[in-house]
Unconditional design. Structure first.
Length: 348
């Protein structure tokens, strides 16, 4: 199984990508709206077909990217039947399964943080994704959004702590840089629900947390009850000047064949060293030359009236040039994929 753990810094949310390495079908758990481009790029670069996005619950701290991913990639949205949300393609409950190729997850209902919280467990019970029900040395708060400490205590004890002690637990969030735990660890060391903690102990702990509400709650909950469907006009439009694709590394790139066909409509910025311009790879006629090391000092020489396409030998230095220009406020800019090596290989 291909597995990636991704992180959104603003909300401290973990997103998980699981895929069948043979069939290349994938699942994505708890995607974040602002990380849509990142996640779509990763799916594309790994050669995957995204079959489902799975929500562990209706989130209050971030807006899901489920709707955007469905719109872009055709994936289906999975939510608990008890979530109260509209717009999902598949509503699941305790005992159901969701799969993509050989990757199959069993659903365990774990309400208490919200009514619709679920934990997804691999069929071999080696890995579980607990959302906000059980965190690393913590548990999801129970002071809003149908929160019920007694229900959460029973969910953890009966649905999560009954998994094998060696089962790896991946939470929906962590605020201290921790990435994974195990059932055995949490049964022993979780300060809220581990050891000999009773339901009364747990309830007393949870009702006295005194935490402020999540900063995005007023936006996130209504949006997530619609599976993250944005209001009309809320999305930032994709670049209209060309077929720009942002990579998993965050670099906007454009195919060199398109650049060659639209050479008059863009400024081609060659950021190689001067000695490279007369080498075997040659130089694109009409391109502007500013070496990467001098670009910050010579930003004023780069025209702004047309989109800028950066190029170098392999596309690596020009990717950094693209980042420099974006930081300087150049909005219409992209890297020529593969640099002059690909340009020559395509006989452009």
């Amino acid at each position: 199984m291909l597995f990636r753990q991704l992180f959104d810094l603003e909300s401290s949310t973990y997103t998980y990508l699981l895929a069948d390495e043979t069939g290349r079908e994938a699942l994505l758990i708890d995607p974040v709206f602002e990380q849509f481009e990142r996640d779509r790029a990763l799916v594309r670069e790994l050669g995957l077909t995204l079959r489902y996005t799975l929500e562990t619950h209706v989130h209050a701290d971030h807006v899901t990217a489920a709707w955007r991913l469905r719109d872009a990639l055709g994936s289906r949205i999975v939510l608990s039947k008890r979530s109260g949300a509209d717009g999902a393609d598949l509503y699941v409950d305790d005992g159901d399964t969701v799969g993509a190729g050989a990757v199959v997850l069993a659903v365990r209902a774990t309400p208490g943080h919200t009514n619709g919280c679920v934990t997804y467990v691999t069929t071999d019970q080696h890995v579980a994704f607990t959302g906000d029900a059980l965190l690393i040395r913590g548990a999801g708060r129970t002071d809003f959004q149908q929160g019920d400490p007694g229900a959460l205590y029973r969910s953890i004890k009966e649905q999560i702590f009954t998994l094998p002690d060696e089962c790896l637990l991946y939470p929906g969030h962590d605020y201290s840089g921790r990435t994974v735990t195990t059932v055995g660890e949490e049964k022993q060391w979780n300060p809220r629900v581990g050891g000999e903690a009773s339901e009364v102990d747990f309830t007393g702990y949870m009702t006295n947390l005194g935490l402020p509400h999540p900063k995005q709650i007023e936006v996130a909950v209504p949006a997530n009850l619609q599976c993250g469907r944005p209001e009309p006009g809320a999305l930032v439009e994709a670049p209209s000047w060309g077929p720009v694709v942002r990579t998993f590394a965050g670099v906007p790139e454009v195919d060199p064949t398109w650049v060659a066909d639209h050479r008059a409509a863009v400024t081609i910025l060659d950021v190689r060293e001067t000695t490279e311009l007369t080498g075997d790879l040659g130089r694109i006629e009409g391109s502007l030359h500013v070496p990467l090391g001098a670009l910050r000092a010579r930003l004023g020489e780069v025209p702004r009236e047309k989109p800028v396409v950066c190029i170098c030998r392999s596309g690596r230095r020009s990717a950094q040039a693209t980042a420099i220009l974006e930081k300087a406020g150049v909005r219409e800019v992209a890297n020529s994929t593969g640099g002059m090596i690909r340009w020559r290989a395509l006989a452009l």
